[in-house]
Design a protein around this ligand. Structure first.
Ligand code: PRP
Ligand code: URA
Length: 221
């Protein structure tokens, strides 16, 4: 079975519903002719969908409220506390999408950069909420290619006491190689992604991909 087949059938890999709306948004951001303003706008829309989907994987407990009709309603409430952790720099583009749905959410940052020549990830800096070990973590990075950066970041989270089964990796585009490496290295972590691509090239860029996300989002290309 190919890595693509393994990932697409994996129980801990969750693709957003492949609606025409999502396909249209992804087509715009993948188009090399798309200008920066539109790239940011439409990426933000996909990020919002991803964050909303990620919240579906958090645990809930039963909660009964009384409606203005003085009738009880049996609903649910989120059980655990959450935080975001962005892999700088591209992951920072996803922070606002999380803040838009979780007011005053705590956000940790880990600066990991791929060496442009070797594509090996290097850890430069991390700053995490003090009580992160007690929280669910939405790990934010739009691109998963070899998986090296995200795997290094999960190791940083584990060193800080975060339990693997409380990590939801939220991602726009992933390559099968990277997604499989992550799922196999961390047997309880879940991945929520907008699209699963075909492969990576020799420079470890995702194909068909969208190029360098950080450069296109922050205007440094
Ligand atoms: C990109 C991307 C991921 C990483 C993915 O970051 O945002 O962090 O590459 O590649 P990998 O799965 O092979 O590790 P990059 O290091 O290019 O830095 P940037 O965020 O500044 O664009
Ligand atoms: N990082 C990106 O921004 N794009 C890729 O295709 C791979 C890593």
């Amino acid at each position: 079975m190919s890595a693509y087949e393994k990932v697409s059938q994996h129980s801990r890999f969750h693709l957003l519903p492949q609606t025409n709306q999502l396909k249209g948004l992804m087509t715009i951001i993948r188009d090399k002719k798309t200008k920066r303003g539109d790239f940011v706008f439409y990426s933000d829309r996909v990020i919002r969908l991803l964050v909303e989907e990620g919240l579906n994987y958090l645990p809930v407990v039963e909660k009964t409220v009384t409606t203005p009709m003085d009738v009880p309603f049996k609903g649910v409430a989120f059980e655990g506390r959450i935080c975001g952790v962005s892999i700088m720099r591209a992951g920072e583009s996803m922070e606002q999408g999380l803040r838009d749905v979780c007011t005053s959410v705590r956000i940790g940052k880990v600066l990991i950069q791929r060496d442009e020549r070797t594509a090996q990830p290097k850890l430069y800096y991390s700053k995490l909420p003090n009580d992160i070990a007690d929280r669910w973590v939405l790990l934010l990075d739009p691109m998963l290619a070899t998986g090296g950066s995200a795997i290094k970041c999960v190791e940083v989270l584990q060193e800080a006491g975060v339990k693997e089964d409380r990590i939801l990796f939220i991602n726009l585009i992933c390559a099968p190689e990277g997604a499989l490496a992550m799922l196999e290295r961390f047997p309880k972590l879940q991945i929520i992604s907008a699209e699963l691509d075909e492969s990576i090239d020799e420079q470890k860029f995702i194909l068909p991909g969208l190029g360098d996300f950080g450069d296109r989002y922050f205007g440094t290309d």
